[in-house]
Design a protein around this ligand. Structure first.
Ligand SMILES: Cc1ncc(COP(=O)(O)O)c(C=O)c1O
Length: 386
């Protein structure tokens, strides 16, 4: 099988034949608890019947219409997201990176004909892999082979109010921030940094863009992670879990940027596909009605507590644990690959970020029993690995 594909992914040597709730079921009928959640996509777990019903209903009406039409499921999801978040406008994409690209275009048009050109993002950030978003993504490993990227991009030291102050001026067009960096290793912005960013946002009037592609949709216990830190972004980017497993992303904008685009400025053939939007409507309904944000906070705290105990017992191996809700990082003093492999042998899928961080992005439906399964396996692995 492997020969067919461009060599872009390091894949696991396992075949998944079915998936249910938070479990992947492998070829030999082995159940694996998915604490990586399809890299943060499967908020409701696998096989949610309401999502499946909504998809089936929409498929029987139509699978695709062009964006020449208002589409019922797209409009319903737009209304739901706008009512829930208080933003003014939405643009639907197929993915996270396209949401980032859309925001770069808004920024460019908003400041067209002015000296405001500089786009700022932060060390450790990840905003996507297409050429615009890759220009913002700071990690050298992802960028080095693909120069030249966009000019006018500055990568400022994450969580350094002083560096931020030095970098910002009246040529700054936009600041892109993940309030909790995912790929970077689950790094949270400090309250001091958030305060400085708010102050500078007011002072200089650039466009503040929150990348909530990984941290949004209730994962951290609030709908958007920036709510924990009191930021007031002008644009918010979402994707991953939005489409219930179908490709869907979005850019939400406030009144400041609401009228920037005119017809023809931007578009996407598949963006806001009606089937994805029908699924997305159910995802948000379930997050709200089943109080999954509260569950995320509770179970997240429970897991963090267990990890902190473990870190106290094995400080030389488990250097630090951090996170909010069900976006959790456990930083090891060694490469995380061995832990990922050992955990899988024990029937738990985890993922590594930034080399030495075990990152958890499980479905928001997990219970304390699932948390205990993870903690037990993780403890056994930490005890035995060197
Ligand atoms: C914070 C963040 N931004 C952007 C992206 C890119 O999203 P996509 O892979 O859907 O293009 C990701 C994907 O992991 C992400 O975590």
């Amino acid at each position: 099988m492997t020969d067919y594909f461009f060599n872009t992914y390091k894949r696991l040597d396992e075949i998944v034949i079915q998936a249910e709730g938070p479990y992947l079921i492998l070829k030999n009928n082995r159940h694996v608890l998915d604490m990586a959640g399809g890299l943060g996509v499967n908020l409701l777990g696998y096989g949610n019947t309401s999502v499946i019903d909504a998809i089936e209903r929409q498929i029987s009406k139509y699978i695709h219409l062009s964006n020449y039409f208002y589409q019922e499921s797209q409009s319903q999801l737009a209304e739901k997201l706008i009512t829930l978040t208080g933003y003014s406008k939405i643009f639907f994409t197929n993915s996270g990176t396209e949401a980032t690209e859309a925001s770069i275009k808004i920024v460019r048009k908003y400041f067209r004909g002015t000296p405001r050109k500089t786009l700022i993002s932060f060390t450790g950030s990840f905003h996507g892999r297409t050429m615009g978003s890759l220009s913002l993504t700071a990690k050298e490993r992802y960028r080095e082979s693909f120069q030249p990227l966009l000019s006018d991009v500055l990568h400022v030291e994450f969580n350094s109010p002083c560096e931020l102050n030095n970098a910002l001026n009246y040529e700054t067009a936009a600041v892109f921030i993940e309030c909790i960096q995912g790929e970077g290793g689950v790094n949270l912005i400090t309250d001091e940094f958030a305060g400085e960013l708010n102050y500078l946002h007011e002072k200089f009037g650039f466009i503040l863009i929150a990348d909530e592609i990984q941290s949004g949709m209730g994962r951290t216990g609030k709908f958007f992670a920036f709510e924990h830190f009191g930021l007031k972004p002008d644009l918010v980017l979402v994707a991953k879990g939005l489409g219930g497993g179908l490709p869907l992303g979005a850019m939400l904008g406030n009144a400041k940027v609401a009228d920037v685009f005119s017809p023809g400025d931007h578009g996407s053939t598949f963006g806001g596909n009606p089937v994805s939007c029908a699924a997305g409507f159910v995802v948000i309904n379930e997050i709200v009605t089943r109080e999954l944000m509260r569950n995320s906070l509770n179970i997240g705290e429970y897991i963090l507590g267990g990890l902190e105990d473990l870190s106290r017992r094995y400080p030389a191996k488990l250097i630090s644990v951090r996170g909010k809700g069900l976006m959790i990082g456990a930083e090891l003093s060694f490469n995380a690959d061995v832990v990922v492999a050992e955990m899988l042998k024990k029937g738990v899928l985890v993922n590594s970020a930034s080399g030495n961080v075990i990152r958890l992005l499980p479905p928001l439906i997990i219970t304390t029993e699932h948390a205990d399964m993870f903690l037990k396996s993780f403890r056994e692995v930490i005890e035995t690995v060197n």
